[in-house]
Design a protein around this ligand. Structure first.
Ligand SMILES: [Zn+2]
Length: 319
């Protein structure tokens, strides 16, 4: 049976545990040499009846499965469910809530919530280098829908003016390339310009709106401003690419997650950024199967423990 090309094929394919292991092993060890995650030795033997390998060196944890050292390690959930979850999250444009995933996989909501966060960690972009060419920059507010919160939470969180309870996200988009986002503390000049200098190559063409915090960038960039009070597009001068990304992000959060704790927001950003940066375009044909394969390749070498994730948020509403 060849590798799956649709969700339906994926569910059938991964219902066979041997297919799960084959699919993961090829991506984990692309050159075909399986190595021990503890000592790195390739003197390992596959035990088909246990679906694990044993390392011939003498140390603890000689037996290992393909899950060891991945975001699925220490999880009682089977690979069939993990891989279905990965398919859904890497391909559903608006994301998927833990409640939906719990029903789809028949796991508890708490388990689904934890799985989603581990997958989001895997999808995180290991941003290499700076954006260049033509780059749009902008910032947006996320969250703060007080009427959907429980009363005690509302009292804890709502502390005055509207903007204060929202989280600010800064974004930079290379036209025809990738988007990067980060949660920022404020919209002050120092904050936003530091982000730009960290992520955008000096000398690039830079497009922003008329927010004063962007003043003074002309020294390092070919900076052009579109004043949204007057118009939204002036030839090449606009931030439409980033506006488009923000609306995708907000639709996903509003539709699937109901409310996002500010503390967890960066993980939802990672998820949306992964799908956006690996979307199909006219120049780049990417199928759901391709995007899923890329996601699977990213699950190794990362761990996320429940304690580091929670504080105590897993109890909360459906998101
Ligand atoms: Zn070993």
């Amino acid at each position: 049976m060849s590798e799956p090309k649709s969700l339906q094929e994926a569910i059938v394919y991964f219902s066979n545990p041997d297919n799960c292991i084959d699919y993961l092993a090829v991506r984990r060890w692309p050159d075909g040499a399986v190595t021990c995650p503890t000592c790195g030795s390739d003197k390992v033997k596959f035990r088909a009846h246990r679906r694990t390998w044993t390392c011939s060196s003498h140390h603890a944890k000689r037996e290992f499965s393909v899950k060891v050292g991945s975001v699925c390690e220490d999880s009682a959930v089977g690979l069939d469910k993990w891989l279905t979850a990965l398919w859904l999250l890497s391909n559903c444009k608006n994301g998927i809530s833990s409640c939906e995933l719990a029903r789809d996989l028949t796991v508890t909501q708490k388990t689904a919530w934890f799985m989603l966060h581990r997958i989001r960690l895997a999808l995180q972009d290991e941003a290499a280098g700076k954006l260049g060419g033509e780059v749009e920059v902008d910032e947006t507010f996320i969250g703060g829908k007080a009427r959907n919160m429980h009363l005690d939470k509302r009292e804890r969180r709502i502390t005055g003016t509207g903007g204060k309870d929202k989280t600010i996200v800064f974004g930079a988009l290379e036209r025809g390339g990738k988007v990067r986002t980060m949660v920022v503390a404020d919209r002050k000049r120092g904050t936003l310009q530091a982000c730009i200098k960290d992520h955008v190559e000096a000398g690039s063409a830079l497009y922003s709106d008329a927010l004063q915090s962007y003043d003074g960038l002309a020294q390092d960039y070919a900076h052009q401003v579109i004043d949204h009070a007057e118009k939204y597009v002036d030839g090449q001068i606009h931030t439409n690419g980033l506006d488009n990304f923000w609306s995708l992000l907000k639709r996903g959060i509003a539709g699937s997650y109901v409310s996002v704790e500010p503390f967890h927001l960066f993980r939802y950003l990672d998820e949306q950024v992964f799908r956006y940066n690996n979307r199909a375009t006219k120049k780049r044909m990417i199928t759901d199967a391709d995007r899923f394969s890329m996601a699977v390749s990213k699950i190794f070498g990362k761990r996320l423990t429940f304690a580091s994730l929670t504080g105590k948020t897993a109890d909360a509403t459906c998101f």
